[in-house]
Design a binder for this molecule. Structure first.
Ligand SMILES: [Zn+2]
Length: 258
């Protein structure tokens, strides 16, 4: 999960790319951009502020067992046969993620060393990704497989779309085809952000199950974890809404050009 500064980031080691660049191109084109972009953008801001406030609140609430995020992660991994998964510290705030390639769980300083409900919740969520990886959880596998194509697509998508869109103005078949190819690549990014949702929701669900099952937190404490993880989940919903909004905007531009 959970990067405060950008809902476009995900905690399974990959960026949901292209959003900043797309925003610049969007502004360049048409006032209807606001219709497609502003509602998801507002949702994103609201989600981030909820995330900040939930994290801020529960990072001050100590866990009864006085266990840090790093200790919780290590304990949960070991208890689930994942002794080979390393737990490392990483710089930044809420930069926490699980890297499926190197089988490493990286926790931000605050999560790593703080014995708070928020820290334990975030660490357990990341351990949830490691469990998904162990179980070959289908949405995680699909998401990882999509990363290279999505990275290339979000690099080429805007370029193809702009060239195609400008050429299509001169009613060129080639331009129209290029523009739709660009839109297809945006579509790939949108699908990617949608596939991210079950991955994130499921990691949080696993986190709560293992925290309760291993007796690391009490049921009352898990309610605090719930608040933090639910707020984090909302940032992913907002990111998906932004990607879908962008896609619809480009489709609407093309449709009006016909
Ligand atoms: Zn996550």
């Amino acid at each position: 999960m959970t990067r405060l500064h950008s809902p476009a980031r995900s905690c399974t080691g990959a960026t949901i790319p292209g959003q900043n660049r797309n925003r610049e191109i969007n502004m360049f084109f048409d006032p209807s951009w606001f219709l497609f972009a502003i509602p998801p953008l507002l949702l994103g801001l609201w989600a981030q502020s909820r995330m900040r406030s939930a994290y801020g609140k529960y990072s001050k609430v100590k866990s009864a067992r006085n266990i840090t995020g790093a200790q919780a992660a290590r304990y949960l991994l070991d208890a689930n046969g994942l002794q080979h998964v390393a737990v490392e510290r990483i710089a930044g705030q809420l930069t926490d993620h699980y890297d499926p390639r190197s089988k490493t769980l990286r926790l931000s300083q605050g999560v790593y060393e703080t014995p708070s409900l928020a820290a334990v919740g975030v660490a357990a969520h990341e351990a949830g990704h490691a469990l998904q990886d162990r179980d070959k959880y289908a949405p995680l596998m699909l998401r990882s497989a999509m990363v290279p194509a999505v990275n290339i697509g979000t690099m080429l998508g805007p370029i193809l779309f702009i060239i195609g869109f400008l050429l299509a103005g001169a009613s060129s078949m080639l331009g129209t085809s290029l523009a739709w190819l660009g839109i297809g690549l945006f579509g790939l990014a949108a699908v990617f952000s949608i596939v991210t949702l079950p991955v994130e929701f499921n990691a949080s669900k696993r986190a709560k199950v293992v925290l309760a099952g291993q007796g690391i937190l009490s049921p009352e404490e898990i309610q605090g974890v719930d608040k933090v993880l639910d707020a984090a989940a909302l940032t992913y919903v907002a990111a998906a809404a932004q990607a879908i909004g962008q896609l619809l905007y480009y489709v609407s531009l093309m449709n009006r050009r016909r």
